[in-house]
Design a protein around this ligand. Structure first.
Ligand SMILES: NC(=O)c1ccc[n+]([C@@H]2O[C@H](COP(=O)([O-])OP(=O)(O)OC[C@H]3O[C@@H](n4cnc5c(N)ncnc54)[C@H](OP(=O)(O)O)[C@@H]3O)[C@@H](O)[C@H]2O)c1
Length: 246
């Protein structure tokens, strides 16, 4: 798949931030996009308008991945709107702090549902309706290192990284499944750029990235006909530094 024109994507967590940048990049490539959101209805509708103005089709669809039944029905609901899907980007995620001392079973259950089970289930439902296609799962550059301030989140992302390689093998030869592992790109929702500036010293390239850097890597993998089970770290080399120190 070297050209995305007239292909149809489902992007989760699409209304804002990285999901929005990825959706716009797909639109620029000529792909139609189903924009999943949980609570950002207005932002999702506005983005759909922007994509339609670019000359592609866009739809919005709501689901809360804390409820596995809503996850299970999402691909079918997206397909009813847009027809068969052949691109899937799992970007939605939740990033609450949790430490080893305080993490609760409920925190881990919530993370597993949203950050690991939902993308896995969406890959599975996607593969049931597509003989051929491409999937990108958004991981985190710390999947090969550690983050003791967000342990439940990171454990769920590490599981998703394993799932990504298993899914790549399971759905070959028709469907490619890859990961993009962002580093320091945007501050967590509710924080400002000082969050990033305080951490830039941990990045070998001594700067943070932009949402467009992540979108470019996702589009590259979605278009590549001969890459599967791969993870691209888009993090200015931060995973190398953290892995050496771990
Ligand atoms: N931003 C970074 O610098 C960075 C760094 C490392 C990894 N990543 C990864 O890259 C991906 C995108 O990052 P981001 O910063 O754009 O993510 P984000 O803003 O934290 O979350 C993206 C969207 O996920 C949706 N979401 C949250 N909980 C949900 C739930 N229970 N059910 C369904 N949707 C839910 C929200 O949609 P609504 O707004 O509609 O509620 C939210 O806007 C994530 O997987 C993240 O872990 C990002």
């Amino acid at each position: 798949m070297t050209n995305l024109t007239n292909h149809t994507a489902l992007v989760t967590g699409a209304a804002k931030r990285l999901g929005r940048a990825i959706s716009l990049a797909l639109g620029r490539e000529g792909a139609n996009v189903v924009l999943h959101y949980r609570s950002s209805h207005e932002e999702a509708e506005a983005l759909a308008g922007e994509l339609e103005a670019m000359g592609v089709h866009a739809w919005t669809v709501q689901a809360d991945f804390a409820d596995p039944a809503q996850t299970e029905s999402l691909v079918a609901r997206a397909g009813e709107l847009a027809g068969p899907l052949d691109l899937l980007v799992n970007s939605a995620s939740d990033f609450p702090p949790s430490t080893m001392a305080e993490v609760r079973w409920e925190d881990l259950q919530q993370q597993l549902a949203v950050t690991a089970w939902a993308p896995f289930e969406l890959c599975r439902s996607f593969a049931r309706q597509a003989a051929a296609g491409s999937i990108v799962n958004l991981l985190d550059s710390r999947v090969t290192a550690s983050d003791f301030s967000h342990v439940a989140y990171l454990w769920a992302k590490q599981l998703l990284a394993h799932m990504t390689s298993h899914l790549a093998l399971t759905y070959a030869p028709g469907i490619t499944v890859n990961g993009v592992a962002p580093g320091l790109i945007l501050p967590p929702p509710g924080q400002d750029d000082s969050y990033l500036e305080a951490l830039v010293h941990t990045v070998p390239l001594r700067r943070h990235g932009a949402p467009e850097d992540i979108a470019a890597a996702a589009v590259f993998l979605l278009k590549s006909p001969f890459i599967t089970g791969e993870v691209i770290f888009v993090d200015g080399g931060r995973h190398l530094e953290e892995r050496e120190r771990a």
